[in-house]
Every structure is written in C-alpha cells, then in structure tokens.
Design a protein around this ligand. Structure first.
Ligand SMILES: [Zn+2]
Length: 83
C-alpha cells in the first residue's frame, strides 16, 4: 500500500515550484513557532497591514521576513493584546 501524502511532501512541492535550490525555509508561526502547513490559513503582518492568505496562494511567503501566524494563533494573540 502506498504511504499517504504528508505535510513534508506538500512543503517539498512548494520548494520545487519556487525553482530555487537554496529554498529551505518554511513559514513558521511567529506565535507558537510551529511550521505553517501549505494548506493552512495564515495571517501575514506586512508593512501594508494584516491580511489572510495561505502558502497555496503565495508560496513565496515561506521565505518572507515579515511575521506570519497560524490564523488561530493570530486570533489568540490579538485577544491577548486587547486584554
Ligand atoms: Zn501558531
């Protein structure tokens, strides 16, 4: 029986699509530090403000220097900030 597709395989697919051998970074949540999966909704805090996207839509975000969050982590963090 073939093994089921897993997250690491999906992340590798993103790397190939970027066409850069040097691309080794994965998007990591700024809140919990875990890798953000390709199909997980993420929140990007960019210079233009906050927006929701995903690595499926914007695979180049795996290399961004701007903070990215799991959507749920960002919501939790925002709740803390508000107090
Ligand atoms: Zn997180």
């Amino acid at each position: 029986m073939p093994p089921p597709p897993d997250a690491s395989r999906l992340i590798r697919a993103v790397t190939v699509r970027n066409g850069q051998a040097s691309v080794r970074r994965r998007a990591r949540c700024h809140h919990c530090g875990d890798v953000i999966g390709v199909y997980e909704p993420l929140v990007l805090l960019g210079s233009d403000g906050r927006r929701e996207t995903s690595l499926t839509v914007e695979p180049q975000l795996a290399m961004t220097d701007e903070p990215v969050f799991h959507r749920d982590c960002h919501a939790a963090r925002a709740a803390l900030d508000v107090g």
